[in-house]
Design a protein around this ligand. Structure first.
Ligand SMILES: Cc1cc2nc3c(=O)[nH]c(=O)nc-3n(C[C@H](O)[C@H](O)[C@H](O)COP(=O)(O)OP(=O)(O)OC[C@H]3O[C@@H](n4cnc5c(N)ncnc54)[C@H](O)[C@@H]3O)c2cc1C
Length: 330
């Protein structure tokens, strides 16, 4: 029996875990491209998810966790190991304290807080994905980030279930301790989180959220096969002097320069590689116009990075996450 067959059999024995073989990850990612996961397993049950994580870790095979696949690019060759997803989606509200399981859609959390008259997350309306992934990448928009209201996170550290407070989450711009540890090969997988909110004006929050959603839907039509912004924005202070001088002051927002500003100067809008295109409206958005592949995506990303590097001497860094690529991008 191969290691994969053994792992699949052991996973299949975990109650409430749904296991499939050769699962096309294009079905689970908004980009709609990439190959299959050799083994895919998902569950709404926390104990089953943790048992699956233990199995995956003990199997010696490559393994990973996905959320709703809105920030992922999967290699055309797929992923030769185990991909897990946690679907626990309960949200509970007691006064200003809210608990959400990591598999809950972030939008469900945003909507629940607005309905309860709790202020803080309304600018994040329309960010796709689940709560666990939002914590991992400290998702945010229009001046708000998930880190703003977090009190504590319950997580599996690869050995046991633990809790950490907000300081322990080490949030930074589009970053957290969950992400840093994972990139070092130490899995910290969130299971649920607790949030605290002040009271706000429900009607005013709904109005603001609807306004933001309308803007977002114009920028990213709901059927667009994309991952939002491909590259992280850049801290003005960390730019090389030449690039700093080129940036007009009005472009700097909250100390950051949009990656799109540099991409625009590099003339990338409308560029394409096969089925992958740069949006005509927004230079930091790449989308699958139909039949696109992960290798086309990587080739286009490498070209965009090259153009910005040559023009400004800066290295753009992807916000999007890769699954199944052995090496890093040039
Ligand atoms: C149209 C569009 C607009 C977007 N706009 C924004 C925006 O305004 N702001 C913003 O910040 N992002 C934005 N994004 C990016 C994306 O929505 C976020 O990165 C989101 O948090 C990803 O959630 P997901 O569930 O789809 O995660 P996935 O893409 O499936 O996974 C992302 C990462 O999260 C990790 N992960 C998943 N679950 C857990 C868990 N339980 N514990 C630990 N790690 C976990 C995965 O391993 C992976 O590394 C946008 C994307 C799209 C498609």
């Amino acid at each position: 029996m191969t290691g994969l067959e053994e792992a699949r059999m052991r996973l299949a024995e975990i109650p409430l875990l749904q296991v499939t073989l050769n699962e096309p990850l294009s079905r689970h990612t908004r980009f709609g491209l990439g190959g299959e996961a050799a083994v895919f397993a998902c569950t709404p049950d926390e104990a089953a998810f943790v048992a699956a994580l233990r199995e995956a870790r003990g199997s010696g095979l490559p393994w990973g966790v996905i959320g709703m696949g809105t920030n992922l690019v999967v290699a055309d060759e797929g992923f030769p190991g185990i991909v897990l997803r946690y679907d626990g989606a309960r949200i509970e509200i007691h006064g200003g304290l809210v608990t959400a399981q990591a598999g809950a859609p972030l939008q469900a959390l945003v909507d629940a807080t607005i309905r309860a008259g709790l202020q803080g997350y309304e600018p994040m309306t329309g960010i796709p994905g689940n709560v666990g992934a939002a914590i991992y990448g400290n998702a945010g928009a229009y001046g708000a980030s998930i880190s703003d209201r977090i009190v504590r996170v319950r997580f599996f550290d690869g050995e046991q279930i633990r809790e950490t407070d907000r300081a322990g989450c080490g949030f930074r711009y589009r970053e957290s301790e969950f992400k840093r540890r994972r990139l070092r090969g130490e899995p910290w997988l969130s299971l649920s989180a607790e949030f605290a909110f002040p009271a706000g004006d429900g009607g005013e929050m709904r109005r603001k959220a609807d306004e933001i959603l309308a803007i977002r839907n114009r920028k990213y039509p709901p059927d667009m096969k994309c991952a939002g912004s491909i590259f992280k924005n850049l801290f003005f202070d960390r730019l090389p002097p030449g690039a700093r001088e080129a940036v007009p002051p009005e472009v700097v927002k909250g100390g950051k320069v949009p990656a799109a500003w540099f991409l625009d100067r590099a003339g990338v809008r409308g560029m394409a590689r096969g089925g992958i295109r740069v949006s005509e409206e927004h230079a930091n958005t790449l989308y699958n116009a139909g039949g696109g592949t992960a290798s086309e995506f990587r080739a286009l990303v490498a070209e965009l990075k090259r153009r910005v590097r040559e023009r400004f001497g800066i290295e753009l860094e992807e916000e999007v996450q890769y699954i199944g690529f052995g090496e890093t991008l040039p």
